[in-house]
Design a protein around this ligand. Structure first.
Ligand code: PLP
Length: 382
């Protein structure tokens, strides 16, 4: 007789567990919007923006349609376009260089630090040199707080100042993290985030936000997200776009933000538990006493020859993994013609071959995590 054993698949990110916790509060929040019917620019958008500012300390929080639109709106507001270079890491999600290319500017790829996966401060100047050699004007530096850990802004700032680079923090993965007690949203002159459902603070569709203390920039972005609106709806003072955050998504986020601090604590506990249990078999992620991470991904490194076998062994035991990012941006078909920092990006290339992310979310219980830990250890010991 054939025996079929059903493997219990562990979710990579368990959005449903959070949904169960929020229960009727989310139903009621969405219901209030479907009652008042102000689906665009409804009262919940302003309410969320105030709550986000209170949470992160930025003077202005501006709800927008996605993390990508947030980056595009910032670049548009700063007048960055053709002939300008924006330095950004290659080891990031496509949206970072994509936003630069969308406004007609040129992404110039820089190196990341092997330990933190974030912009390597010393590598910025090699990217500036590559931009200048290509006849471009280096205008901005887009830092990316990869996997939820803030970049090293103290080290980045003097180099950015020296080359007059405007720092844009792409914190799509890191909203809620801190550096020396200062929250994401206040570490750079402007910060963007994503509320994509799988993000640490996610909504039930697409959404994003821009954070800044700069009043003039905030005004311009508010106008740009609404077709370049001036004093009223039919006064168009600049070319903009449909870049607003939906009222229903704002209503969802208001409820989710209330439990977010608690979820950040849970994520940190789970990450530290993984680190303690896996440090002798894989290269575990960097833990810092000065920075907190919101663990958008829990990413370890194994030698490139063992990664696929590890993923396959885990999958056979019902444990999903992901590779963020197996092909760095400068190797992607869409981006391979853009300049790369002088000397190339050897660390980025190495990381792309070694990284593997394990299930991570605030509702990962100890027995499930132990199952994952046991499977990783078993696979690598075999
Ligand atoms: C680093 C980074 N930047 C930007 C984005 C874009 O966010 P969105 O998907 O909301 O457009 C993402 C989304 O995954 C991201 O990871």
């Amino acid at each position: 007789m054939n025996q079929h054993t059903r493997i219990d698949m562990i979710p990579f990110i368990d959005v449903a567990a959070q949904r169960r916790r929020l229960g009727k509060k989310i139903d009621d929040a969405i219901g209030r919007v479907t009652e008042h019917c102000q689906f665009i620019n409804g009262p919940e958008v302003g309410e969320l923006e105030r709550a986000l500012s209170e949470f992160c300390g930025a003077r202005h929080s501006i709800g927008v349609a996605s993390g990508t639109d947030a980056l595009v709106l910032v670049l548009m507001a700063k007048g960055i376009g053709r002939g300008d270079a924006v330095i950004c890491p290659s080891f990031t999600y496509a949206a970072s260089p994509e936003a630069v290319a969308l406004v007609g500017a040129t992404p110039v790829f820089c190196e990341v630090d092997e330990k933190t996966f974030n912009v390597e401060p010393a590598g910025i100047e090699r990217a500036v040199a590559a931009a200048e050699r290509a006849g471009l004007k280096p205008k901005a530096l887009m830092t990316v707080d990869l996997f939820g850990l803030p970049a090293d802004y103290e080290a980045v700032r003097p180099i950015a100042e020296k080359h007059e680079l405007y720092v844009i923090d792409d914190a799509a993965q890191a909203f809620g993290a801190q550096a020396k007690g200062r929250k994401i949203g206040t570490l750079a002159p402007v910060t963007t985030t994503s509320f994509f459902p799988a993000k640490p603070l996610g909504c039930y569709g697409d959404g994003g936000a821009v954070f800044t203390d700069d009043d003039a920039l905030a005004d311009t972005i508010r106008s740009l997200r609404n077709h370049g609106q001036g004093t009223d709806r039919y006064d168009n003072v600049r070319i903009g776009m449909t870049g607003r955050l939906d009222t229903i998504q704002a209503a969802v986020l208001i409820e989710k933000l209330k439990i977010f601090p608690d979820e950040i604590v849970a994520r940190e506990r789970i990450a530290r538990r993984y680190n303690a249990a896996l440090a002798d078999v894989v290269t575990v992620p960097h833990l810092s006493n000065e920075h907190t991470c919101v663990w958008a991904q829990y990413t370890v490194r194994v030698s490139s020859g063992r990664r696929d076998a590890l993923a396959a062994t885990l999958r056979a035991q019902g444990i999903p993994t992901a590779q963020y990012y197996p092909v760095p941006s400068h190797r992607q078909g869409a981006y391979r013609d853009y300049p790369v920092a002088e000397g190339g990006l050897p660390v980025t290339e190495k990381l792309a071959g070694e990284v593997i992310s394990l299930p991570m979310h605030a509702y990962l219980d100890d027995p499930t995590q132990d199952r994952i830990i046991g499977a990783v250890r078993g696979a690598l010991r075999a």
